[in-house]
Design a protein around this ligand. Structure first.
Ligand code: GKR
Ligand code: MG
Length: 445
Protein backbone atom coordinates (compact mmCIF):
# COMPACT_ATOMS: atom_id res chain seq x y z
CA UNK A 1 0.00 0.00 0.00
CA UNK A 2 1.47 3.33 -1.09
CA UNK A 3 0.54 6.19 1.21
CA UNK A 4 1.31 9.82 0.60
CA UNK A 5 2.48 12.13 3.40
CA UNK A 6 -1.07 13.38 4.18
CA UNK A 7 -2.41 9.86 4.39
CA UNK A 8 0.46 8.83 6.69
CA UNK A 9 -0.22 11.73 8.96
CA UNK A 10 -3.96 10.95 9.07
CA UNK A 11 -3.21 7.29 9.85
CA UNK A 12 -0.73 8.21 12.56
CA UNK A 13 -3.24 10.64 14.09
CA UNK A 14 -5.92 7.95 14.06
CA UNK A 15 -3.55 5.48 15.70
CA UNK A 16 -2.66 7.95 18.41
CA UNK A 17 -6.33 8.77 18.92
CA UNK A 18 -7.11 5.05 19.06
CA UNK A 19 -4.43 4.54 21.64
CA UNK A 20 -5.74 7.49 23.54
CA UNK A 21 -9.28 6.09 23.39
CA UNK A 22 -8.07 2.68 24.45
CA UNK A 23 -6.31 4.31 27.39
CA UNK A 24 -9.41 6.33 28.18
CA UNK A 25 -11.43 3.12 28.07
CA UNK A 26 -8.97 1.33 30.31
CA UNK A 27 -9.06 4.27 32.69
CA UNK A 28 -12.86 4.36 32.63
CA UNK A 29 -12.95 0.79 33.81
CA UNK A 30 -10.57 1.40 36.69
CA UNK A 31 -13.16 1.63 39.40
CA UNK A 32 -10.76 1.18 42.29
CA UNK A 33 -12.37 2.92 45.24
CA UNK A 34 -10.10 5.73 46.36
CA UNK A 35 -12.33 7.76 48.67
CA UNK A 36 -15.60 7.37 50.57
CA UNK A 37 -17.40 10.36 52.00
CA UNK A 38 -20.17 9.77 54.54
CA UNK A 39 -22.50 12.69 55.25
CA UNK A 40 -25.13 12.36 57.98
CA UNK A 41 -28.17 14.50 57.21
CA UNK A 42 -31.48 15.51 58.80
CA UNK A 43 -34.59 16.26 56.74
CA UNK A 44 -37.88 17.71 58.04
CA UNK A 45 -40.37 15.11 59.20
CA UNK A 46 -44.06 15.93 59.78
CA UNK A 47 -45.79 14.65 62.96
CA UNK A 48 -46.88 11.22 61.71
CA UNK A 49 -48.17 8.79 64.31
CA UNK A 50 -47.25 5.14 64.62
CA UNK A 51 -46.91 2.49 67.32
CA UNK A 52 -43.47 3.97 68.01
CA UNK A 53 -44.91 7.42 68.87
CA UNK A 54 -44.72 10.61 66.83
CA UNK A 55 -42.28 11.36 64.02
CA UNK A 56 -40.24 14.51 64.03
CA UNK A 57 -39.00 17.11 63.94
CA UNK A 58 -36.43 15.55 61.58
CA UNK A 59 -35.59 12.15 60.17
CA UNK A 60 -31.99 11.11 59.71
CA UNK A 61 -30.17 9.52 56.77
CA UNK A 62 -26.58 8.84 55.76
CA UNK A 63 -25.39 9.83 52.31
CA UNK A 64 -22.47 8.01 50.69
CA UNK A 65 -20.22 9.38 47.94
CA UNK A 66 -17.72 6.86 46.68
CA UNK A 67 -14.94 8.10 44.37
CA UNK A 68 -13.03 5.83 42.02
CA UNK A 69 -9.58 6.01 40.45
CA UNK A 70 -10.98 7.16 37.11
CA UNK A 71 -12.94 9.98 38.74
CA UNK A 72 -16.42 8.44 38.70
CA UNK A 73 -18.44 9.17 41.85
CA UNK A 74 -21.11 6.67 42.89
CA UNK A 75 -23.78 7.77 45.34
CA UNK A 76 -25.78 5.92 47.98
CA UNK A 77 -28.22 6.65 50.79
CA UNK A 78 -29.00 4.51 53.77
CA UNK A 79 -30.76 4.73 57.09
CA UNK A 80 -29.78 7.43 59.51
CA UNK A 81 -28.35 7.66 62.97
CA UNK A 82 -24.94 8.05 64.51
CA UNK A 83 -24.53 4.28 64.95
CA UNK A 84 -24.81 3.83 61.21
CA UNK A 85 -22.51 6.78 60.43
CA UNK A 86 -19.95 5.00 62.61
CA UNK A 87 -20.59 1.63 60.94
CA UNK A 88 -20.06 3.23 57.52
CA UNK A 89 -16.87 4.93 58.68
CA UNK A 90 -15.65 1.54 59.93
CA UNK A 91 -16.60 -0.10 56.63
CA UNK A 92 -14.20 2.19 54.78
CA UNK A 93 -11.35 -0.06 55.85
CA UNK A 94 -12.97 -2.99 54.03
CA UNK A 95 -13.86 -1.11 50.91
CA UNK A 96 -11.08 1.38 50.08
CA UNK A 97 -8.67 0.01 47.49
CA UNK A 98 -11.18 -2.57 46.21
CA UNK A 99 -12.91 -2.26 42.85
CA UNK A 100 -16.51 -1.05 42.77
CA UNK A 101 -17.10 -4.05 40.47
CA UNK A 102 -16.20 -6.32 43.37
CA UNK A 103 -18.94 -5.31 45.79
CA UNK A 104 -19.83 -8.94 46.46
CA UNK A 105 -16.26 -9.51 47.64
CA UNK A 106 -16.74 -7.27 50.62
CA UNK A 107 -20.44 -8.11 51.09
CA UNK A 108 -19.71 -10.81 53.62
CA UNK A 109 -17.38 -8.70 55.75
CA UNK A 110 -19.46 -5.55 55.38
CA UNK A 111 -22.45 -7.47 56.66
CA UNK A 112 -20.61 -7.92 59.93
CA UNK A 113 -20.90 -4.14 60.16
CA UNK A 114 -24.69 -4.21 59.48
CA UNK A 115 -26.94 -4.93 56.54
CA UNK A 116 -27.96 -1.30 56.15
CA UNK A 117 -24.34 -0.08 55.99
CA UNK A 118 -23.61 -2.66 53.31
CA UNK A 119 -26.78 -1.72 51.41
CA UNK A 120 -25.65 1.91 51.16
CA UNK A 121 -22.19 0.89 49.95
CA UNK A 122 -23.53 -1.63 47.46
CA UNK A 123 -25.79 1.05 46.03
CA UNK A 124 -22.89 3.48 45.66
CA UNK A 125 -20.81 0.78 43.92
CA UNK A 126 -23.63 -0.11 41.53
CA UNK A 127 -24.18 3.57 40.83
CA UNK A 128 -20.48 4.05 40.03
CA UNK A 129 -20.48 1.00 37.72
CA UNK A 130 -23.63 2.25 36.00
CA UNK A 131 -22.15 5.71 35.45
CA UNK A 132 -18.84 4.27 34.19
CA UNK A 133 -20.41 1.73 31.83
CA UNK A 134 -23.30 4.00 30.83
CA UNK A 135 -25.96 1.58 32.06
CA UNK A 136 -28.94 2.02 34.32
CA UNK A 137 -28.54 0.28 37.66
CA UNK A 138 -31.37 -2.14 36.90
CA UNK A 139 -29.68 -3.10 33.61
CA UNK A 140 -26.66 -4.24 35.62
CA UNK A 141 -28.87 -6.60 37.64
CA UNK A 142 -30.82 -8.30 34.86
CA UNK A 143 -33.64 -5.83 34.40
CA UNK A 144 -35.59 -3.77 34.07
CA UNK A 145 -38.67 -5.92 33.99
CA UNK A 146 -40.88 -2.82 34.41
CA UNK A 147 -40.53 0.89 33.70
CA UNK A 148 -43.46 2.07 35.82
CA UNK A 149 -43.44 1.14 39.51
CA UNK A 150 -46.75 1.13 41.39
CA UNK A 151 -46.99 2.45 44.95
CA UNK A 152 -49.60 2.28 47.68
CA UNK A 153 -50.86 5.29 49.60
CA UNK A 154 -49.20 5.29 53.03
CA UNK A 155 -51.73 6.86 55.39
CA UNK A 156 -50.69 7.97 58.87
CA UNK A 157 -52.78 9.50 61.61
CA UNK A 158 -51.08 12.77 62.46
CA UNK A 159 -51.12 16.15 64.13
CA UNK A 160 -51.17 19.53 62.45
CA UNK A 161 -47.64 20.41 61.40
CA UNK A 162 -48.00 23.66 63.38
CA UNK A 163 -49.35 22.10 66.58
CA UNK A 164 -47.96 24.32 69.40
CA UNK A 165 -46.26 21.42 71.25
CA UNK A 166 -44.55 20.40 68.04
CA UNK A 167 -43.41 23.92 67.20
CA UNK A 168 -42.11 24.26 70.75
CA UNK A 169 -39.46 21.59 70.08
CA UNK A 170 -36.00 23.00 70.86
CA UNK A 171 -34.50 20.75 68.16
CA UNK A 172 -36.19 22.70 65.33
CA UNK A 173 -33.59 24.78 63.49
CA UNK A 174 -35.48 25.83 60.37
CA UNK A 175 -37.95 28.60 59.71
CA UNK A 176 -41.14 26.53 60.04
CA UNK A 177 -44.02 28.20 61.79
CA UNK A 178 -47.78 28.56 61.82
CA UNK A 179 -50.34 28.58 59.01
CA UNK A 180 -48.77 29.12 55.63
CA UNK A 181 -45.32 28.72 57.20
CA UNK A 182 -46.21 25.24 58.55
CA UNK A 183 -44.17 22.31 57.31
CA UNK A 184 -47.14 20.94 55.36
CA UNK A 185 -50.86 21.47 55.00
CA UNK A 186 -52.22 17.93 55.40
CA UNK A 187 -53.71 18.96 58.73
CA UNK A 188 -54.84 17.11 61.83
CA UNK A 189 -55.88 13.52 61.07
CA UNK A 190 -57.06 11.74 64.19
CA UNK A 191 -60.63 10.71 63.33
CA UNK A 192 -62.07 8.22 60.83
CA UNK A 193 -63.58 11.09 58.79
CA UNK A 194 -60.34 13.06 58.54
CA UNK A 195 -58.47 9.88 57.63
CA UNK A 196 -60.90 9.16 54.79
CA UNK A 197 -60.41 12.74 53.65
CA UNK A 198 -56.61 12.35 53.73
CA UNK A 199 -56.88 9.14 51.68
CA UNK A 200 -59.01 11.00 49.16
CA UNK A 201 -56.57 13.93 48.94
CA UNK A 202 -53.62 11.54 48.52
CA UNK A 203 -55.56 9.77 45.78
CA UNK A 204 -56.31 13.09 44.07
CA UNK A 205 -52.74 14.31 44.27
CA UNK A 206 -50.75 11.11 43.63
CA UNK A 207 -53.31 8.78 42.06
CA UNK A 208 -52.85 5.92 44.56
CA UNK A 209 -55.33 3.09 44.13
CA UNK A 210 -54.23 0.90 47.06
CA UNK A 211 -54.35 2.32 50.58
CA UNK A 212 -52.35 1.29 53.64
CA UNK A 213 -53.49 2.52 57.02
CA UNK A 214 -50.76 2.83 59.63
CA UNK A 215 -52.55 1.59 62.74
CA UNK A 216 -51.37 0.71 66.26
CA UNK A 217 -51.89 4.32 67.32
CA UNK A 218 -55.44 4.64 68.73
CA UNK A 219 -58.03 2.22 70.13
CA UNK A 220 -58.30 -0.54 67.49
CA UNK A 221 -62.03 0.15 67.09
CA UNK A 222 -61.33 3.72 65.95
CA UNK A 223 -58.75 2.47 63.49
CA UNK A 224 -61.15 -0.07 62.00
CA UNK A 225 -63.73 2.73 61.67
CA UNK A 226 -61.08 4.75 59.81
CA UNK A 227 -60.38 1.83 57.47
CA UNK A 228 -64.11 1.49 56.84
CA UNK A 229 -64.40 5.22 56.16
CA UNK A 230 -61.59 4.95 53.59
CA UNK A 231 -63.30 1.95 52.04
CA UNK A 232 -66.59 3.84 51.75
CA UNK A 233 -64.83 6.84 50.25
CA UNK A 234 -63.65 4.60 47.39
CA UNK A 235 -66.96 2.69 47.11
CA UNK A 236 -65.30 -0.52 48.23
CA UNK A 237 -63.31 -0.62 44.98
CA UNK A 238 -59.74 -0.01 46.20
CA UNK A 239 -57.63 -2.68 47.92
CA UNK A 240 -56.75 -1.91 51.55
CA UNK A 241 -54.02 -2.81 54.02
CA UNK A 242 -53.81 -2.20 57.75
CA UNK A 243 -50.56 -2.28 59.74
CA UNK A 244 -50.71 -1.99 63.57
CA UNK A 245 -46.95 -2.69 63.85
CA UNK A 246 -47.50 -5.58 66.28
CA UNK A 247 -49.26 -3.42 68.84
CA UNK A 248 -52.29 -5.71 69.08
CA UNK A 249 -52.71 -8.87 71.13
CA UNK A 250 -53.71 -12.10 69.38
CA UNK A 251 -57.23 -11.69 70.80
CA UNK A 252 -57.58 -8.13 69.51
CA UNK A 253 -56.12 -9.07 66.13
CA UNK A 254 -58.65 -11.90 65.74
CA UNK A 255 -61.57 -9.67 66.77
CA UNK A 256 -60.48 -6.95 64.33
CA UNK A 257 -59.96 -9.54 61.58
CA UNK A 258 -63.66 -10.46 61.88
CA UNK A 259 -64.58 -6.81 61.48
CA UNK A 260 -62.53 -6.22 58.35
CA UNK A 261 -63.17 -9.43 56.46
CA UNK A 262 -66.02 -7.88 54.43
CA UNK A 263 -63.66 -5.18 53.11
CA UNK A 264 -61.26 -5.62 50.16
CA UNK A 265 -58.28 -6.39 52.40
CA UNK A 266 -55.20 -7.00 50.32
CA UNK A 267 -53.20 -8.00 53.36
CA UNK A 268 -53.22 -7.79 57.15
CA UNK A 269 -49.75 -6.52 58.09
CA UNK A 270 -48.07 -7.36 61.39
CA UNK A 271 -51.15 -7.11 63.62
CA UNK A 272 -49.19 -9.01 66.32
CA UNK A 273 -45.55 -9.52 67.23
CA UNK A 274 -43.46 -12.63 66.60
CA UNK A 275 -43.80 -15.47 64.16
CA UNK A 276 -45.81 -17.85 66.31
CA UNK A 277 -48.45 -15.24 67.22
CA UNK A 278 -48.61 -14.18 63.55
CA UNK A 279 -48.95 -17.85 62.56
CA UNK A 280 -51.82 -18.31 65.03
CA UNK A 281 -53.69 -15.23 63.75
CA UNK A 282 -53.12 -16.27 60.15
CA UNK A 283 -54.45 -19.80 60.67
CA UNK A 284 -57.47 -18.65 62.64
CA UNK A 285 -58.52 -15.63 60.56
CA UNK A 286 -57.68 -16.86 57.07
CA UNK A 287 -56.67 -13.39 55.83
CA UNK A 288 -53.59 -12.84 53.66
CA UNK A 289 -50.88 -11.69 56.07
CA UNK A 290 -47.70 -9.71 55.52
CA UNK A 291 -44.70 -8.60 57.51
CA UNK A 292 -41.78 -6.29 57.77
CA UNK A 293 -41.31 -7.28 61.40
CA UNK A 294 -41.23 -11.05 61.92
CA UNK A 295 -39.31 -12.09 58.79
CA UNK A 296 -36.67 -9.44 58.21
CA UNK A 297 -33.50 -11.51 57.79
CA UNK A 298 -32.53 -14.63 55.85
CA UNK A 299 -31.96 -16.23 59.26
CA UNK A 300 -35.70 -15.89 60.02
CA UNK A 301 -36.84 -17.92 57.03
CA UNK A 302 -36.18 -21.41 58.41
CA UNK A 303 -38.40 -20.76 61.43
CA UNK A 304 -41.07 -19.18 59.22
CA UNK A 305 -41.27 -22.38 57.18
CA UNK A 306 -42.41 -24.05 60.42
CA UNK A 307 -44.58 -21.27 61.89
CA UNK A 308 -46.24 -20.15 58.62
CA UNK A 309 -46.86 -16.56 59.74
CA UNK A 310 -47.19 -14.85 56.37
CA UNK A 311 -48.03 -14.80 52.69
CA UNK A 312 -46.19 -11.60 51.78
CA UNK A 313 -42.79 -10.22 52.82
CA UNK A 314 -42.13 -6.49 52.58
CA UNK A 315 -38.56 -6.47 51.35
CA UNK A 316 -36.30 -3.56 52.13
CA UNK A 317 -32.89 -3.28 50.52
CA UNK A 318 -31.50 -1.56 53.62
CA UNK A 319 -32.78 -4.18 56.05
CA UNK A 320 -32.09 -7.27 53.95
CA UNK A 321 -28.59 -6.18 52.92
CA UNK A 322 -28.72 -4.65 49.45
CA UNK A 323 -30.63 -4.79 46.21
CA UNK A 324 -28.96 -8.09 45.37
CA UNK A 325 -30.25 -9.48 48.69
CA UNK A 326 -33.81 -8.51 47.70
CA UNK A 327 -33.33 -10.41 44.45
CA UNK A 328 -32.16 -13.47 46.39
CA UNK A 329 -35.12 -13.10 48.75
CA UNK A 330 -37.42 -13.00 45.71
CA UNK A 331 -36.10 -16.35 44.50
CA UNK A 332 -36.51 -17.97 47.92
CA UNK A 333 -39.94 -16.40 48.51
CA UNK A 334 -41.14 -17.75 45.19
CA UNK A 335 -40.29 -21.29 46.22
CA UNK A 336 -42.07 -20.83 49.56
CA UNK A 337 -45.23 -19.47 47.96
CA UNK A 338 -44.68 -15.95 49.33
CA UNK A 339 -45.09 -12.80 47.28
CA UNK A 340 -43.12 -9.59 47.88
CA UNK A 341 -44.01 -5.99 48.49
CA UNK A 342 -41.59 -3.23 49.54
CA UNK A 343 -41.20 -1.71 53.00
CA UNK A 344 -40.34 1.92 53.59
CA UNK A 345 -39.12 4.27 56.27
CA UNK A 346 -38.64 8.01 55.75
CA UNK A 347 -36.12 8.48 52.98
CA UNK A 348 -34.72 10.88 50.42
CA UNK A 349 -34.58 10.69 46.65
CA UNK A 350 -31.53 8.45 46.32
CA UNK A 351 -33.30 5.70 48.26
CA UNK A 352 -36.46 6.48 46.30
CA UNK A 353 -34.62 5.86 43.05
CA UNK A 354 -32.99 2.74 44.50
CA UNK A 355 -36.43 1.38 45.46
CA UNK A 356 -37.57 1.88 41.87
CA UNK A 357 -34.63 -0.23 40.71
CA UNK A 358 -35.41 -2.89 43.37
CA UNK A 359 -38.91 -3.22 41.92
CA UNK A 360 -37.46 -3.22 38.40
CA UNK A 361 -35.17 -6.19 39.04
CA UNK A 362 -37.31 -8.27 41.41
CA UNK A 363 -40.23 -9.85 39.55
CA UNK A 364 -41.57 -11.35 42.77
CA UNK A 365 -42.64 -7.86 43.91
CA UNK A 366 -46.23 -8.22 42.81
CA UNK A 367 -47.83 -5.91 45.39
CA UNK A 368 -47.64 -2.10 45.16
CA UNK A 369 -44.69 -0.89 47.21
CA UNK A 370 -44.85 1.33 50.29
CA UNK A 371 -43.09 4.67 50.31
CA UNK A 372 -42.88 7.58 52.75
CA UNK A 373 -41.84 9.84 49.85
CA UNK A 374 -45.19 11.73 49.66
CA UNK A 375 -44.54 12.83 53.25
CA UNK A 376 -41.22 14.40 52.25
CA UNK A 377 -41.68 18.15 52.09
CA UNK A 378 -41.42 19.53 48.53
CA UNK A 379 -37.98 21.06 48.09
CA UNK A 380 -36.51 19.20 51.06
CA UNK A 381 -34.98 16.38 49.02
CA UNK A 382 -31.22 16.24 48.51
CA UNK A 383 -31.29 15.40 44.81
CA UNK A 384 -30.97 17.80 41.87
CA UNK A 385 -34.29 19.21 40.72
CA UNK A 386 -37.70 18.79 42.29
CA UNK A 387 -38.93 15.78 44.29
CA UNK A 388 -39.48 12.79 41.98
CA UNK A 389 -43.06 12.79 40.70
CA UNK A 390 -45.71 10.20 41.59
CA UNK A 391 -48.50 10.10 39.01
CA UNK A 392 -51.37 7.69 38.69
CA UNK A 393 -50.00 5.88 41.76
CA UNK A 394 -46.79 5.10 39.85
CA UNK A 395 -43.25 6.33 39.52
CA UNK A 396 -41.07 6.12 36.43
CA UNK A 397 -37.84 4.17 36.57
CA UNK A 398 -35.11 6.78 35.96
CA UNK A 399 -33.58 6.75 32.48
CA UNK A 400 -30.16 8.14 33.49
CA UNK A 401 -27.19 5.86 34.11
CA UNK A 402 -26.54 4.38 37.53
CA UNK A 403 -29.19 4.93 40.17
CA UNK A 404 -30.55 7.73 37.98
CA UNK A 405 -30.51 10.77 40.27
CA UNK A 406 -27.75 13.23 41.22
CA UNK A 407 -27.00 14.77 44.59
CA UNK A 408 -27.44 18.51 44.87
CA UNK A 409 -24.33 19.55 46.81
CA UNK A 410 -25.99 22.65 48.30
CA UNK A 411 -29.01 20.70 49.52
CA UNK A 412 -26.80 17.99 51.02
CA UNK A 413 -24.73 20.67 52.78
CA UNK A 414 -27.89 22.31 54.14
CA UNK A 415 -29.26 18.96 55.37
CA UNK A 416 -25.93 18.17 57.03
CA UNK A 417 -25.96 21.55 58.75
CA UNK A 418 -29.48 20.78 60.00
CA UNK A 419 -28.20 17.45 61.34
CA UNK A 420 -25.37 19.19 63.13
CA UNK A 421 -27.56 21.87 64.67
CA UNK A 422 -30.68 19.86 65.62
CA UNK A 423 -28.66 17.50 67.79
CA UNK A 424 -30.66 14.37 66.88
CA UNK A 425 -28.48 11.29 66.75
CA UNK A 426 -31.18 8.61 66.29
CA UNK A 427 -34.88 8.20 65.65
CA UNK A 428 -36.85 8.79 68.84
CA UNK A 429 -40.62 8.94 68.23
CA UNK A 430 -41.33 8.24 71.92
CA UNK A 431 -40.04 11.52 73.34
CA UNK A 432 -42.17 13.75 71.10
CA UNK A 433 -45.18 11.51 71.76
CA UNK A 434 -44.73 11.87 75.51
CA UNK A 435 -44.71 15.65 75.14
CA UNK A 436 -47.98 15.45 73.19
CA UNK A 437 -49.56 12.84 75.47
CA UNK A 438 -47.83 12.85 78.85
CA UNK A 439 -47.42 9.33 80.23
CA UNK A 440 -47.66 7.73 76.74
CA UNK A 441 -46.26 4.18 76.57
CA UNK A 442 -46.07 1.69 73.71
CA UNK A 443 -48.54 -0.54 75.53
CA UNK A 444 -50.47 -3.30 73.81
CA UNK A 445 -54.11 -3.10 72.72
O1 GKR B 1 -42.57 5.31 59.76
O2 GKR B 1 -43.64 5.16 61.62
C1 GKR B 1 -43.21 4.68 60.59
C2 GKR B 1 -43.49 3.26 60.26
O3 GKR B 1 -44.26 2.64 61.21
C3 GKR B 1 -42.20 2.52 60.07
O4 GKR B 1 -41.36 2.72 61.17
C4 GKR B 1 -42.39 1.05 59.83
O5 GKR B 1 -41.12 0.45 59.81
O6 GKR B 1 -43.27 1.68 57.71
C5 GKR B 1 -42.96 0.68 58.54
C6 GKR B 1 -43.94 -0.47 58.53
O7 GKR B 1 -44.50 -0.78 57.51
O8 GKR B 1 -44.08 -1.14 59.55
MG1 MG C 1 -45.23 -2.63 58.42
Amino acid sequence: MNLDRRQWLALAAAAVAGQFNARAHAAASDLTITRIKITPIALPDPPLLAASGCHGPYFLRNIIELSTADGVVGIGETRGGLHLTKALEKAKGLVLGKSAFAYRQFARQAKTITNDAYAGLELACLDAIGRATKRRLSELLGGPIREQIPFASYLFFRYNADHPVILDDARIVDGRGKGDAALDQWGDVRTPESMAELAWRFHQKFGFKVHKLKAGVFEPQLEIAALRAINERFDGKHPLRIDPNARWSVDTALKMAKQIEDMPIEYYEDPVGGQSAMGEVRTKCGLTMSTNMCVTRFEHIAEAIRTKPIDVVLCDHHGWGGITACQALGTIADKLGWALSQHSNNHGGVTMAAMLHVAAVTPQITFDSDTHYPHLIEGADIIEGTNLPIRGGQMKLPKQHGVGVNLDADKVARAHETYRRCGMKQRDDGSLMRRLAPGWKRSQF
